[in-house]
Design a protein around this ligand. Sequence first.
Ligand SMILES: Cc1cc2nc3c(=O)[nH]c(=O)nc-3n(C[C@H](O)[C@H](O)[C@H](O)COP(=O)(O)O)c2cc1C
Length: 533
Amino acid sequence: MATTSPAAAAAATAAVTTTRKLTGYDFYRRVLKSAKHIVAPMVDQSEHTWRLLSARYGSHMAYTPMLHARLFSENAEYRSEFFSTSEEDRPLIAQFCANDPETLLRAAKLIEDQCDAVDINLGCPQGIAKRGHYGSFLMEEWDLIYKLVNVLHENLAVPVTCKIRVYPEVEKTVEYAKMLEKAGCQLLTVHGRLREQKGHNTGMADWSKIKAVKEAVSIPVFANGNILYYEDIQKCIDATGVDGVMSAEGNLYNPAIFGNIHPPVWQMAEEYLALCRQYPTPPSMVRGHLFKIFRSCINDYPDQRDQLAKAVKMDQFESVTAQLRAVLEPIAQASSWDVTVPSSEIPNDANGYKKLPSWVCQPYMRDPMEVAAKQAQDAVAEPREDDAVLTPEEREAKLAEEAQRREELVKARQERKLAKRKRKEVQKEREAVTKKTSGRGVSCTKCFNISSIKCAQGLCKNCCSETLKQNAIGLHARGITIDAMKDQAVVEDLQVECPAHGKGWKLMVPYSAAQPDATAMPAEAAPAEPAQA
Ligand SMILES: Cc1cc2nc3c(=O)[nH]c(=O)nc-3n(C[C@H](O)[C@H](O)[C@H](O)COP(=O)(O)O)c2cc1C
């Protein structure tokens, strides 16, 4: 009797899978419902709750944050922490970073029945992607990229899509896109920036390269980059001919960008928090979103800003939002600004920006540190015209003040650099220790136990508890025992929680203050991808 080899059986299954699923424009029209407004993949920010909020305000579909294929395939805790969805959260594309086809396939198989397609992140330009060898750092390895795309195309029940950055040469960018299409990619998102365009060098996206790609391939194309306001969406479609437009930062600072309005900041915050009550969301994500929603006005309210920075519980987030509403709403009521006016009807200034009141959601224009420091420096070197009316003493005092401000700016920058270096060192150490544990997981930064990926300090339960205890004693008791502190009620009021290990010890200071490096996250567990990926 003839038997079928496992390889032949797998090939047969693959063939069935490939022929059954929709491809290209059939997939785009029937499954993605011809989506034009797309919420970008954003680490820690395009989570389930945010996608639902954006959908209420005009987004047609969304991507998950980038998921780490190896961690996703191996670690159930990582899966439940970084991926969740619901029936209303569709169409949805799940994004992975990966550099090994088999690992990618294993991860994608675990999610194929909960999303409409699986995307490969080929655009991340951050240092963490360089170290992890994924994202835009695969752009020189077309053979590997072909295999990554093709393995999903051949074996997955849903289509595979890709998100790329462009090369300096338009011809190479077009060839790249064609190669992806040939490998089986069914929809392509082109972020019109180079790998080098990040941080202070972000600059503008090049829509002409997106147009060239769109003209060269037969699959649907999404454009990404340069979308500040609603009207930019149509401008982009007109300029490039793409099928849909993706927004990341524009959507974060104004979740209603796709709805063509600039709603009051408190309204968006309240709606988001109500959704978080329904769908529990990690505090770090909630905090990140609230800072961005309130970006245009939060610096005017330092008390609330500090409270928000320390908030870890829902009622704390809600309290800050209520306080901000209490101060902002009267300002809004006293103003003649009409929030129902469509964004596209608000005129732009000469630079293309809209002048909006600080209490409405709006795009954030960066003023990089360097620019601020340079401005202060220039001011010291060369008195401005309006300084001419000052007496010599006044001018001297002003110059001294400005010099001090500049010094503070430089010092703050140095401190940030130092903290970053320290975090990197810790990360390196951890990676080394992780190797020693034969990849069983991320190691505790203090011992060889496996840490929780959620612990802000990357510690195991014992070390986390011990650290909290030591801090309590060191900071407040100076030799007094924890029990004595409890008796004196000094540790009763403030609740402190490690996000992974629960209460542990109650301290007089927030956990983050007791742990100066509390923002350090395990490199692989939470692949941070700031502003531009
Ligand atoms: C907070 C944040 C997180 C991001 N995370 C991802 C990600 O997980 N995957 C990805 O492909 N791009 C990521 N990006 C990049 C965006 O998807 C997008 O390509 C980039 O921000 C340019 O779009 P924009 O001009 O609309 O911001 C991220 C961007 C931001 C701001």
